[in-house]
Design a protein around this ligand. Structure first.
Ligand SMILES: *[C@@H]1O[C@H](CO)[C@@H](O)[C@H](O)[C@H]1NC(C)=O
Ligand SMILES: *[C@@H]1O[C@H](CO)[C@@H](O)[C@H](O)[C@H]1NC(C)=O
Ligand SMILES: [Ca+2]
Ligand SMILES: [Ca+2]
Length: 415
C-alpha cells in the first residue's frame, strides 16, 4: 500500500502506538501460544488453545493491533520525492536551498533533484517512480526522522539506480546500525534495483540516513534514489512444527505493489539486523525476495530466488541436540520468470549436504527435497546456495536462479 505524504504521521498517533506497545507486551506474555505473527494464525491459535471471553478479548486486540501496525507500512514522508524544492532553491538540478529544501527531508552535500527524462550527456536519466528522484553526489546525504517503537524491528526498501561508470556505494544507517551497499551489480535490467535494509529501533525516534560516501572527480556522479518505504517486521519464532524461524520467508521487507522486480536483499554485515527475519544473506552478493502477485511461489506469498550462483547464500543457525536425527525439507522451483535450464540447489546442515537438481522451463513449478542428518553440535548451520549462475532467456542482462521456499527442520523420533 502506498500512503501519500502526510498520512504516515497519523499511523503514529498515540492510540496506534499504545496498541503497538500492547502487542509487544502480550507477545512477551504469551510465548507458549506458538504465536505466529500473522493475524489469522494468531486468532486461530488463541481461540483453539483457550476458551473464554478473556482470550476472545485478546484475539480481538491482537487482530486490531495487526491492522493498526500495517498503517506504517509504505512510503515515508515524501519518500517518492514528488514534492521538490522551490525553483529559487535549485540551480539547474543542484539543490542550493539549504538543509530543508526538499520537503520532509534534511539534505547535505551535493544533492540533485532529477526530473524524469532529463539528460546527462547522451544518457537519459531513469526515474524509478513518478516524475522525480534525487541523486546523491559527492558526500551527499538525505535523512529523515521517523517515529518508531523502541525495540521493534523494521526494514527499509528503496530504489536505487547507478548513473556513472565507476563503483558506487551507499551507506544506509539508522544508528547504531549501518550498512554499506555496493551498487555495482545490477540485478534487474530496468536500470534500478529495489534494495532492502533491516534495523532494530533503539529509540522512539530514529534518524534514517542515506549517504554517498564517494568522492569523485565529477561531483554529480552518484546513485539516484527514489521510493523510500518502511515496514515493521515481526520476527517469527521457531516452534515444534519447525525448528527454523521464518522457514516460508513470509515475513520480510516491503515490496512495492507495482514493482515487478522483487526486492534485492544485500549480504548482511556482522551484527546486522536482517530485513529477512531469521535468515542471513551471506557471501558477496544478494538474494532476491519475490512475491506471489509477480512470480510463481511454491508456498504462501513470498519466497527467495538465489540469483548469484555460489556468490550468494542464505543461512540460519538452528538449535539441535547432538546425536539426534533431523530432517531438513524444502521446496526448489522456478519463479516463472523465463529463467530456464538445469539448476542445482545445494543445501547444507552442518557438514552434511545434498544437491538438488531442478530442470526449469521458466514457467513455474517446484519439487520437494529432504536431507536427513545427525546433529553434531547444539547449533547446526542450515544454508542454501545455487551451484550455477543463470540468465533469463528473455533478458540476458538479468541474473536469475532457483527459488527456495517452505524450509522445515524437524527432529525424527526414531532415527
Ligand atoms: C505504483 O502505482 C501507483 C498508482 O498507479 C503510482 O502512484 C506509484 O507511483 C507507483 N509506484 C511505483 C514504485 O512504480
Ligand atoms: C556509515 O555511516 C555510519 C553512520 O553515520 C558511520 O558510523 C560509518 O562509519 C559509515 N561508514 C562508511 C564506510 O562510510
Ligand atoms: Ca519519485
Ligand atoms: Ca513462502
Amino acid at each position: 500500500m502506498f500512503y501519500k505524504q502526510g498520512q504516515r504521521g497519523h499511523a503514529h498517533t498515540s492510540p496506534a502506538a499504545l496498541l503497538h506497545s500492547l502487542y509487544i507486551f502480550f507477545f512477551h506474555l504469551l510465548p507458549s501460544f506458538h504465536l505466529y505473527h500473522y493475524p489469522k494464525s494468531a486468532e486461530f491459535h488463541i481461540q483453539h488453545n483457550m476458551k473464554g471471553s478473556r482470550f476472545m478479548f485478546l484475539s480481538v486486540l491482537l487482530y486490531a493491533t495487526f491492522h493498526v501496525s500495517s498503517l506504517t507500512d509504505g512510503l515515508v514522508g515524501n519518500g517518492n520525492f514528488e514534492l521538490g524544492p522551490k525553483p529559487s532553491e535549485l540551480k539547474g538540478t543542484v539543490v542550493i536551498g539549504g538543509r530543508h529544501a526538499i520537503p520532509e527531508w534534511e539534505i547535505s552535500g551535493f544533492v540533485e533533484y532529477i526530473k524524469s527524462g532529463q539528460k546527462q550527456g547522451d544518457m537519459l536519466l531513469v526515474v524509478p517512480e513518478g516524475a522525480y528522484a534525487v541523486r546523491l553526489g559527492n558526500e551527499a546525504s538525505i535523512e529523515q526522522k521517523i517515529k518508531v517503537i523502541k525495540g521493534m524491528y523494521y526494514s527499509i526498501t528503496f530504489m536505487v539506480a547507478r548513473t556513472c561508470a565507476q563503483e558506487e556505494r551507499l551507506n544506509i544507517s539508522v544508528a547504531p546500525d549501518f550498512g554499506v551497499i555496493p551498487i555495482q551489480t545490477l540485478y534487474t535490467s530496468s536500470g534500478w534495483d529495489p534494495i532492502a535494509y533491516g534495523f532494530k529501533a533503539m529509540y522512539d525516534v530514529v534518524e534514517m540516513v542515506i549517504h554517498n560516501p564517494g568522492v569523485e572527480e565529477d561531483p554529480a556522479c552518484g546513485p539516484l534514489v527514489d521510493s523510500v518505504a518502511l515496514k515493521t517486521l515481526y520476527p517469527p519464532k521457531a516452534t515444534n512444527q519447525n525448528l527454523l524461524k521464518n522457514g516460508g520467508f513470509e515475513e520480510g521487507p516491503y515490496v512495492f505493489p507495482n514493482s515487478t522486480w522483487g526486492v534485492i536483499i544485500p549480504p548482511n554485515i556482522e551484527d546486522d539486523h536482517s530485513p529477512l527475519p531469521g535468515w542471513m544473506v551471506e557471501s558477496l552478493k544478494a538474494v532476491k525476495y519475490i512475491d506471489s502477485p509477480h512470480f510463481s511461489i511454491p508456498e504462501g506469498k513470498r519466497a527467495v530466488e538465489l540469483v548469484a550462483g555460489k556468490e550468494s547464500a542464505i543461512a540460519q543457525v538452528a538449535r539441535t541436540i547432538p546425536g539426534k536425527t533431523y530432517v531438513l525439507s524444502f521446496s526448489v522451483g522456478d519463479a516463472s520468470n523465463s529463467c530456464e535450464g538445469s539448476m542445482i540447489v545445494e543445501a547444507f546442515a552442518g557438514k552434511d549436504t545434498i544437491k538438488v537438481p531442478y530442470e526449469s522451463k521458466g514457467k513455474g513449478g517446484f519439487k520437494r527435497a529432504a536431507l536427513r542428518f545427525v546433529a553434531a553440535s547444539p547449533r547446526t548451520r542450515i544454508m542454501f546456495l545455487s551451484t550455477f549462475y543463470t540468465m533469463r532467456s528473455d533478458d540476458f542482462s538479468s541474473l536469475c536462479g532457483p527459488v527456495v521456499d517452505d524450509v522445515k527442520l524437524l527432529s525424527l523420533r526414531k532415527p
